[in-house]
Design a protein around this ligand. Structure first.
Ligand code: ADP
Ligand code: MG
Length: 444
């Protein structure tokens, strides 16, 4: 392999796993790795600490072997170096002089503010808990434990609390730790023998924001240190907010720490409903100076339903596309651009007429036998046409064969139905949504 190929191999590896691990995992563990040297025999990776190296090898050794040069043993030929500490002092140590006037060296995402957070039934409760905590740190719920799936806005709310506290309680010390940075700080502190200073730093904050605590699992020493810090802060009525991908009881942490985390309020961040997703799409696209028509916003929201980060990804792609091509968006273009993102696309392949009939029958509240029959009753005829439309769209088979599965209809009946529904859904939003619903039903 020549050198550019090898460094491409690393990039390809990154692309490959980016879609296969959670974005938090990627951000915390993979993104900090730097490719520093490439030779035909091996590559050199710079890692922030030994844990990142362990993580990479524990989880991806086999995958790496596909992309990188190999050792004689068949293992990927990687040399690891640990990042030079002096080059980049870690966040905690940089502000560790607690005697100094307050230095707020907290890295908050400037976009992640309460004002930019769209509320809906799934997140109202957790948002108001977050606002409560930010308004009166240490005096309402302590700790506040926010859990929920990936990409639903946990980090967004956590940073919002940080912004709010800095603006409204400027004298308070706010610290944000990702578990990764906490581990780094401890490792660095141990090495430079400043562990006491570091402990003092964390124990002297007024608001401690902890993102993605699940990464503390299986890190016994750190867990203990974290638990001590936690108790020290709570005992002084200092606010702690924690985010996690699961509720405390499902964490593989000590009973002591789990019990502590349940002391305050445990709030669940749910998946936003359709209207909230549409509102998010509208807001995010407008903030990029880009207008997504309602119909398209609904279309996207119907297909990407369990991850707001993916919604953003979709908006970014559409935005880039329409800028590049100077082209108006319509459903077809959107569908094409976003096809990989739509969870359903992968499963379209093995759909049968029976699947479609079942789903249409449920959504349109008619019987399968009626769809297959001859009745011209309006509702039944419509359901039949929708089923035929979807069969032509989703099944890769001859029209004659598909038509025959509808109780022996002809292929021209099928084509006629397909044309009618294709036209109709362009102008009839309710029907379009029903069709989407049928599709989703089939595929789930
Ligand atoms: P998590 O930490 O739960 O994985 P994030 O907080 O990183 O998710 O959110 C992912 C992206 O989605 C962020 O860019 C965030 O701004 C956005 N987001 C999530 N929920 C909302 C919401 N309710 N309103 C506006 N943006 C949101
Ligand atoms: Mg997060």
């Amino acid at each position: 392999m020549i050198e550019t190929e090898i460094s491409n191999g690393w990039v390809q590896f990154l692309e490959f796993i980016q879609n296969r691990c959670s974005s938090a995992e990627f951000e915390n563990w993979i993104a900090p790795i730097q490719l520093t040297q490439v030779s035909p025999e091996e590559i050199t990776l710079e890692v922030p600490n030994i844990f990142v190296q362990e993580y990479l090898l524990d989880n991806f050794k086999d995958t790496l072997a596909h992309f990188l040069p190999l050792k004689a043993s068949g293992e990927p030929a990687i040399v690891f170096t640990i990042v030079n500490l002096k080059k980049e002092p870690s966040s905690a140590l940089a502000v560790a002089e607690v005697e100094e006037p307050i230095i707020q060296d907290i890295k908050l995402n400037y976009q992640y503010r309460f004002e930019h957070f769209i509320e809906g039934p799934s997140n109202q409760f957790v948002k108001s808990a977050a606002v409560g905590v930010a308004a009166r740190p240490g005096k309402s719920y302590n700790p506040l434990f926010i859990h929920g799936g990936v990409g639903l806005g946990k980090t967004h709310l956590l940073h919002s609390i940080g912004h709010y506290c800095l603006e409204h309680h400027p004298k308070s010390r706010v610290a944000l730790i990702t578990t990764e940075s906490f581990i780094n700080d401890i490792v660095d502190a141990l090495r430079s023998k400043s562990i006491d200073k570091m402990k003092r730093y964390y124990r002297n904050v007024d608001v401690l924001l902890v993102d993605d605590i699940q990464f503390l699992q299986n890190r016994l020493n750190f867990e203990e240190e974290f638990c001590n810090t936690f108790e020290a802060l709570i005992n002084q009525n200092k606010q702690i907010v924690i985010t996690c991908d699961k509720p405390p009881t499902q964490l593989k942490l000590s009973e002591r720490l789990i019990a502590r985390m349940e002391w305050g309020l445990v709030a669940h961040m749910g998946v936003p409903d359709l209207e909230t997703r549409v509102a998010i799409i509208k807001q995010k696209s407008e903030s990029r100076g880009f207008c997504i028509p309602n119909q398209i916003a609904f279309f996207i929201a119907e297909h990407i339903y369990n991850n707001v980060r993916q919604l953003e990804g979709a908006i970014n792609r559409l935005c880039a596309h329409s800028k590049l091509m100077a082209q108006e968006l319509n459903q077809e273009i959107v569908e094409k651009i976003l096809s990989e993102m739509f969870q359903l696309s992968a499963s379209i392949k093995k759909i049968s007429v029976e699947n479609i009939l079942k789903s249409v029958a449920t959504v349109f509240e008619v019987r399968i036998s009626e769809i297959k029959g001859e009745s011209r009753h309006r509702e039944i005829a419509l359901a039949r046409q929708v089923a035929m439309y979807l069969a032509k769209e989703l099944i890769d088979d001859s029209l004659m064969k598909i038509a025959a599965s509808f109780g022996g209809k002809t292929h021209s009946t099928l084509l006629h139905a397909w044309k009618k529904i294709s036209d109709q859904i362009q102008i009839d939003e309710a029907l379009r949504r029903q069709v989407q619903m049928v599709k989703r039903n089939i595929e789930s």
